[in-house]
Design a protein around this ligand. Structure first.
Ligand code: GDP
Ligand code: GDP
Length: 442
């Protein structure tokens, strides 16, 4: 498996190779006082917070003594350097020099990078002490997000910079949590005994499904079922007990619940089945909390809707759900009857929507536009004499979508919920949970 690539771009002498040395933690590249010295090596492996990546020092791509005589030639050369970096990199680290300020070549690089659609992080180098720090903000005008003040020479600020770099890397593909080796979206059906899980499952695999595969699971009697749908296959996890209706005694019930919880951890989405006639019980609530904590997408199925005929009773059940399962606020609620098949056609589309949202990746630029807009519309409240601000946000992972917000101070939980709501509305996350992490910076 190949490692993600972080390319370091910038005009000569801003400190690119010094930064590379800092990141890889050893004196690997040659640093010279003279600008534009050709390096012996330009690709080095590095890691931060458990993520490994390759650092490419693009300084070596510039011809030796790059056009010192002719600024126009240098502008062209650094633009070409940036173009090449875009083609090869997952994340681009654009280095500028605070002691010189933003010059024409920096603008040229920024122009190319802004168009790239790749995550770009601006490192303002040579901020050796805090007196220099205010000069950092001048580089915001490059239009590449909030600049990070660093000193490659001293190591100042490089930890925060690497946090941002790692957060912007594409998600690890061979994740241990990856549910199926085949990448098929995995669903588990959970619920108390007798809510109608088997009935629902048997209807799902009913005669109209063309192919049904049984697959041996991890333990001998855990059986996954893959069903074909018009939009591709879906895997149902640990369906052994659902093939036939078997009599439930207390021991198997307990065992079944443990297994269901294991299945939740392997699944991308959970169908949480609730007996609409019985309403939301305490046990349903506990189960819902457990499923929610596992980070899977959730679709609530109010089954046996055919038994809830009275309008008042129907209203009551829905109020129950809104009330007792309020923490699942984002999960769609389907009112169906597995027995009669009424509204059963809503089920697969809801799962597809969950799948799509679970894998969704939001472009960094759109994410940061929303952050600015959301904060302008409703600024964070002052806490302990500071008004916190989110400077920059990146999506570190999908499955479920996970975001890192870099903020000047701690953000109150209510404000995070506000930001989550704005993100949900803007990016239509529907049934999937999203995770927000906040890192202090500034
Ligand atoms: P590159 O051409 O962009 O790779 O730049 P280098 O890494 O070769 O650095 C150019 C010059 O800037 C060298 O003299 C470095 O010692 C100096 N330099 C690099 N980082 C810093 C820093 O954080 N602070 C200061 N004061 N000087 C630095
Ligand atoms: P499980 O223990 O969750 O797998 O539940 P089952 O699928 O075995 O269903 C328990 C009982 O509820 C059975 O008698 C089913 O026929 C009945 N049942 C399941 N779904 C429905 C439904 O939508 N409406 C009605 N009226 N009965 C249902």
């Amino acid at each position: 498996m190949s490692l993600p690539v972080v390319a370091i771009v910038g005009r000569p002498n801003v400190g690119k190779s010094t930064l590379v040395n800092r990141i890889v933690g050893r004196r690997a590249a040659i640093v010279q006082e003279k600008p534009g010295v050709t390096r012996d090596r330009k690709e080095l492996e590095a890691s931060w917070c458990g993520r490994s990546f390759v650092v490419v020092d693009t300084g070596g791509w510039l011809p030796a003594h790059a056009a010192a005589a002719d600024p126009a030639v240098l502008v062209r050369q650094v633009s070409e350097q940036a173009e090449r970096a875009i083609a090869e990199a997952d994340v681009i680290l654009c280095v500028v020099d605070v002691t010189v300020g933003a010059v024409e070549e920096d603008d040229a690089v920024a122009r190319v990078l802004r168009r790239s659609g790749k995550p770009v992080i601006v490192a303002v180098n040579k901020v050796d002490d805090e007196r220099r720090e205010p000069d950092t903000w001048a580089f915001a005008r490059l239009g590449l997000g909030t600049p990070f003040p660093i000193s490659s020479g001293h190591g100042r600020g490089t930890g925060e910079l690497l946090d941002a770099v790692v957060a912007a890397l594409p998600p690890e593909t061979e994740d241990a949590e990856d549910p199926g080796p085949d990448g098929i979206f995995s669903v588990t059906i959970v619920g108390r005994p007798n809510v109608g899980k088997s009935t629902l499952f048997n209807r799902l695999v009913g005669d109209d499904r063309s192919v049904v595969h049984d697959e041996p699971g991890t333990t001998r009697d855990a059986i996954d079922t893959i069903i074909e749908t018009p939009d591709g296959p879906l895997r149902f996890i640990d369906t052994a007990g659902m093939r036939r209706r078997s009599r439930i005694d207390e021991a198997t019930e307990y065992y079944g619940l443990l297994r269901a919880l294991e299945a939740v951890d392997r699944a991308d989405a959970a169908l949480l089945v609730i007996d609409a006639e019985a309403g939301v019980t305490h046990q349903d609530q506990r189960l819902a909390e457990r499923v929610d904590a596992s980070g899977t997408a959730i679709v609530v199925v109010l089954n046996k809707w055919d038994l809830v005929k009275d309008a008042d009773q129907r209203r009551q059940v829905l109020e129950d759900v809104a009330d007792r399962l309020a923490f699942l606020g984002y999960a769609p609620v389907l009112k169906i009857s597995a027995l009669t098949g009424s509204r059963f056609d809503k089920l697969l589309p809801a799962l597809r929507e969950a799948e799509e949202a679970y894998h969704r990746r939001i472009p960094t630029a759109a994410l940061n536009r929303l952050m600015q807009e959301a904060q302008a519309h409703h600024p964070p409240p002052v806490v302990k004499r500071h008004r916190p601000r989110v400077l920059y946000a990146t999506q570190g992972a999908t499955d479920p979508p996970t975001f890192t917000l870099f903020a000047t101070h701690e953000l109150p939980a209510t404000y995070l919920r506000y930001l989550e709501r704005r993100m949900r509305e803007a990016f239509d996350f529907g049934p999937t949970p999203i995770k927000l992490r906040v890192r202090r910076r500034g």
